[in-house]
Unconditional design. Sequence first.
Length: 273
Amino acid sequence: MSTAADAAWTGGPWGERAHAVLCPNPSPMTLEGTNTWVLLEPGSTEAVVVDPGPLHEEHLQGVLDHVAERGARVALTLLTHGHADHAESADRWAELTAAPVRRAGRGHDDLAAGDEVGVGGLELLVVPTPGHTADSVSFLLPAEQLLLTGDTILGRGTTVVAYPDGDLTSYLESLERLRELTGSGRATTIAPGHGPVVPDAAAVVEHYLAHRHQRLDQVREVLPQLRGVDPDPGTDLADRVVEVVYAETPRSVWPAARSSVLAQLDYLGELAD
């Protein structure tokens, strides 16, 4: 198993109940790939799977093989949100496992704040965390003080507010909700949808909050000077903000940065520009 300090994450076990099966779909946005989390209470034969991932048959079979090797079957599947790298395989996965798939939003409302879900003695608490997307939800595994965050918090770097589905006001509120969880000690470790496990949950939540407010301050600072610049053809205010505020960020992730900038401009009431 990789550790949080390793240069590359390969998945593996965390604690007594959680195991990440890494999907081979690496990219600048997915880091080493999507983490499909298999959760199993010790001694149980019923597993919970969080985010089966993209429609990648070899990966799905690998998850099934892992569950079988532990003498269990998939009894429940949970989705952190509807992006394809987490949920594209949901229908196929349901066919393969005959297990129900539960999610929030997008026509589904069967996961609400404070709900307790689980099987085979494993208990999870539903923590709505909209912002990255409108349907984003996290899951707290109290027995391990482990918080499964999908894309709300990553194992490395920071995430995108996927505007217009994502919303910065909601995202900041979600981070405050996670601050309460981690500050109280109910969640001490983060199991993200991409990248390594984060062993200091409280510190990374504080970093995420500080980073978001820092970006907002940077955008506020550059807006006056950008308003007086004639834009290049085919560009808009968001493009100009990305070029300045994200100048040191690899261009391969500028499209994602633009999405976050649109969310920032909306938050600041500047999209009418």
